[in-house]
Design a protein around this ligand. Structure first.
Ligand SMILES: C[S@@+](CC[C@H](N)C(=O)[O-])C[C@H]1O[C@@H](n2cnc3c(N)ncnc32)[C@H](O)[C@@H]1O
Length: 380
């Protein structure tokens, strides 16, 4: 695949884009297999490929330029003020690509001055845009230094909503800190609707402004469907989904097992979304709770036969690994976005043998990927 931004040397985010996609996939698979080489019983299933373009459901654009001529893209790396326009990035689907021009018009009309990192002046830091694949509905978040320009945003918003009829969720995130972190803790809704529904394998997953959601919906759907198949094969009488987010694994699991399913996640907002999906699907056997995973497991003896875990990049950590190793769980399904922390955790999960793994290319043209591993308790 060819990208004009990469070829011009102005964006190097897709570090592997010059490599033919089949070679990228093989290299990524080899890197995962190398990271887990010590687990010799693993049977690797064929990697799951992505579309090469238009696969990203989320755009995170830094805003630079001026209130009269805003630039949406990335910093140009020179003085921390100049930016590169990336609105034609081929990773975005049409629903996202076509929304950038009306959003720029809105920034001009509302006179939102881009945040100037060097002078520490200006208000608008980022524009975050998410699209649902099915209907092209959009969620737009303005990351602002303060609430100062909210009246101007509110005044101009009806015109933006008229220009983008698929724009159903708008919010402002207040990020007063002068740091390279994208989001702050305060989210101010600007539309009544604050949920974007992503339907994956006929399961409605409800994404709110601050929820984690995989950035490649098509490959994420394959990931959840594969986990559901592996769960069905093991036919457990109950299941925990730790780090469940808006409930992707738990809601897929509930389709194929009879017993209780618990989903645990630290974000109360994500849990509210997961509960709403369970209600919509009529799944009374699924119980979602907003808790820290370590806290949830501490002292428990009622561990179900199968546990699904999908932690952030840092992995499970020693406490959770030791708890699971000492528990009565007979199987584990570990979905990881970091083969290194995955390998470290697998080493610590004594008593479990990794038997099967599959790589899902959620992030084409980069070195990142998702790996799903099935671990089975070893007979004494
Ligand atoms: C990689 S995401 C996975 C989300 C979900 N399984 C999915 O498929 O979208 C990791 C999730 O773990 C949550 N998380 C982070 N630390 C946590 C903790 N200590 N306890 C419980 N959940 C946590 C994050 O909020 C995030 O939703």
């Amino acid at each position: 695949m060819s990208c004009a931004y990469f070829n011009a040397g102005v964006c190097r985010s897709c570090t592997r884009i010059e490599q033919p996609y089949a070679d990228q996939l093989a290299a990524k698979q080899a890197r995962c297999a190398t990271a887990l080489a010590e687990f010799s019983r693993i049977e690797w299933r064929p990697p799951v490929a992505s579309a090469e373009r238009a696969f990203r459901n989320k755009a995170k654009m830094v805003v630079t330029g001026s209130a009269h001529a805003p630039v949406l893209g990335i910093l140009d790396g020179t003085d921390g003020v100049g930016g590169v326009d990336l609105t034609g990035c081929p990773l975005y689907p049409p629903a996202i690509g076509q929304a950038f021009a009306p959003i720029k018009d809105f920034i001009v009309a509302a006179r939102l001055s881009p945040y100037d990192i060097r002078r520490r002046r200006g208000e608008l830091k980022h524009v975050l845009l998410t699209a649902s694949d099915q209907d092209g509905h959009l969620m737009l978040r303005f990351v602002l230094r303060s609430t100062a320009c909210l009246p101007a945003i509110r005044a101009e918003l009806p015109r933006l909503l008229a220009a983008l009829p698929n724009l159903t969720v708008v919010s402002a995130n207040i990020q007063p800190i002068h740091q390279a972190i994208i989001e702050g803790p305060e989210e101010i809704p600007l539309t009544e609707e604050q949920t974007l529904t992503m339907v994956l394998n006929d399961i409605p997953l409800r994404v709110r402004p601050r929820s984690f959601f995989q950035t490649n919906s098509v490959v994420a759907a394959r990931l959840y469907a594969t986990a559901r198949d592996w769960i069905a094969e093991m036919a457990p009488s109950g299941l925990w989904d730790l780090f469940c987010g808006v409930g992707g694994f738990a809601l897929h699991a509930a389709e194929v097992i009879d017993g209780p399913v618990a989903g645990i996640e630290v974000s109360a907002e994500a849990i509210a979304s997961a509960e709403a999906s369970a209600r919509q699907l009529g799944y009374a056997q699924v119980d979602f709770r907003a808790l820290d995973a370590d806290e949830f497991v501490r002292g428990r003896t009622d561990v179900p036969p199968l546990v699904v875990v999908n932690p952030p990049r840092r992995g499970l950590g020693p406490e959770l690994c030791d708890f699971l190793a000492d528990s009565s769980a007979q199987g584990l399904i570990y979905s990881s976005c970091n083969p290194d922390s995955l390998a470290r955790d697998l080493r610590r999960l004594s008593g479990f043998v990794p038997e099967r793994a599959q790589m899902f290319d959620i992030f084409p043209h980069t070195d990142h990927c998702e790996v799903l591993v099935l671990l089975v308790r070893q007979a004494d």
